[in-house]
Design a protein around this ligand. Structure first.
Ligand SMILES: Nc1ncnc2c1ncn2[C@@H]1O[C@H](COP(=O)(O)OP(=O)(O)OP(=O)(O)O)[C@@H](O)[C@H]1O
Ligand SMILES: [Mg+2]
Length: 413
């Protein structure tokens, strides 16, 4: 191992993803210095140096980063998480490391600023407006029309996405948003507070684009097809590479490149979410970090052989990317949801499932004994496990994921 270090700012909450990010740095020969709110147990053997800091306190985090840089040979600073995009950009700028321009980092984090910055791109954005209370919401909806969606401008993880289908939906949605848009519900609301955006409801096939921008060059690897739950839009499954028609994919890739360029993204991974309405791409948002839901940590590699997480480290350290696929498979994942609230007691049906070699992993996301709740009480804990599979074509993958959805049963006590 070289004596050079990579500075991580926090880790992804999902253990498998956090673990893979640390292993990727190791694989490239770097020491890992972690600046973060906590050092989870799984990370301890893989982190060489830990600095505990409240990373929502930007000044303190920057000061600590300067001290770390003085004592270490830092090759780069990296985030795998959504909330740390701006801090990592600020640290990179301060220390002269490859990074995202701080102005672009704000656009990446705020769904309103992002859409305002893209107003020049024709036909791609939904109609949208900024709202902070019920009066604003009523006025905005009068212009945008039903159905529409209201959500926080700076959250992630589908916390507080409300579909509005009629007048009677407005008051409860705003009450619920004002309840959750508080740091005591989730610390993410320390960043942009109780600011919301209402958008025209976009229809069509939901998808994401996975890529990188490195030293001004946009690299788009592939498209992912996504299915979400009704009505809270929690992810149900991801399948990649997309099977949308080639002409649609070409148009989406062209549009997505225009968007990341217009936002000024650089030296980052990106995960762009959109819908394809049959004729054109409609834009939801783009994140300046690798995709979650095991897409970047596991699925891209399973389908193509491209090590997405290692490339996240390469972008952050200014090394050339390695993006040549060595296989052409279909990979996908399906989440397993609890059907009622209660105590998670385990999964049935997993052992039988693994008779079939197409299943790569079953990951649990909550420990046995954990309390699970359903949205809108809680947006994270209904999802208790994820099954990953691989097949040589989409029909084979669909069959595996469908079978898994029927075979695995969640025991709730
Ligand atoms: N304008 C819209 N029209 C239709 N669906 C939408 C719209 N905005 C959001 N959604 C749905 O809600 C999901 C989450 O929205 P969004 O990505 O803006 O929030 P998020 O909190 O960043 O979620 P995540 O972290 O899961 O991406 C989208 O993937 C989509 O399914
Ligand atoms: Mg999103």
């Amino acid at each position: 191992m070289s004596s050079r270090s990579v500075l991580f700012v926090n880790l992804r909450r999902i253990k498998r993803e956090g673990f893979e990010s640390l292993v990727a740095a190791r694989r490239l020969g770097y020491r890992v210095v972690l600046l973060g709110r906590a050092l989870p147990e799984f990370a301890q053997p893989l982190v060489d140096e830990f600095h505990q800091v409240d990373t929502y306190d930007t000044d303190l985090a920057l000061k600590t980063a300067r001290e770390i840089a003085a004592a270490n040979d830092l090759a780069g600073v990296v985030n795998f998480t959504e909330i740390d995009v701006q801090l990592v950009a600020a640290i990179a700028a301060e220390l002269g490391l490859p990074g995202m321009p701080p102005e672009a980092a704000v656009l990446a984090r705020n769904k309103l600023a992002m859409k305002q910055a893209l107003a020049g791109i024709d036909g791609v954005l939904p109609k949208f407006a900024r709202v902070s209370d019920l009066d604003d919401l009523c006025a905005a909806v009068a212009d945008i029309g039903f159905p529409c969606v209201v959500k926080p401008t700076g959250a992630s993880g589908s916390k507080g996405i409300f579909e509005l289908h009629g007048e009677s939906d407005l008051e409860p949605a705003m009450a619920e948003l004002q309840r959750i848009a508080d740091p005591s519900f989730d610390a993410v609301f320390r960043q942009f507070g109780a600011e919301f955006i209402v958008e025209e409801y976009l229809t069509g096939d939901e998808l994401s684009v996975e890529g990188f921008v490195a030293d001004g060059t946009v690299h788009q690897l592939l498209l992912t097809d996504k299915v979400t739950t009704v009505p809270f839009h929690l992810e149900v499954s991801h399948r990649l590479p997309s099977v949308l028609p080639a002409a649609a994919q070409d148009q989406i890739l062209a549009c997505s490149e225009k968007i990341v360029r217009a936002l000024g993204f650089d030296n980052c991974a990106f995960h762009l979410e959109a819908k394809w309405d049959g004729e054109r791409m409609r834009f939801i948002e783009v994140a300046a970090r690798p995709a979650g839901d095991y897409i970047a940590s596991h699925l891209v590699k399973a389908a193509t052989g491209i090590d997405f997480f290692a490339n996240v480290i390469r972008v952050a350290t200014g090394e050339p990317l390695q993006l040549v696929p060595d296989r052409d498979l279909q990979a996908g994942l399906r989440f397993v949801f609890a059907e009622s609230a209660g105590t998670f007691d385990g999964l049935d049906g997993v052992t039988e499932l693994f008779e079939e070699p197409g299943y790569d992993h079953v990951f649990t996301e909550v420990p046995i004994g954990a309390q699970v709740a359903l949205p809108p009480a809680n947006f994270g804990s209904q999802r208790v496990a994820a099954v990953c599979a691989r097949a040589h074509d989409r029909a084979g993958l669909d069959a595996l994921l469908d079978t898994a959805g029927e075979a695995i049963k969640v025991r709730i006590g």
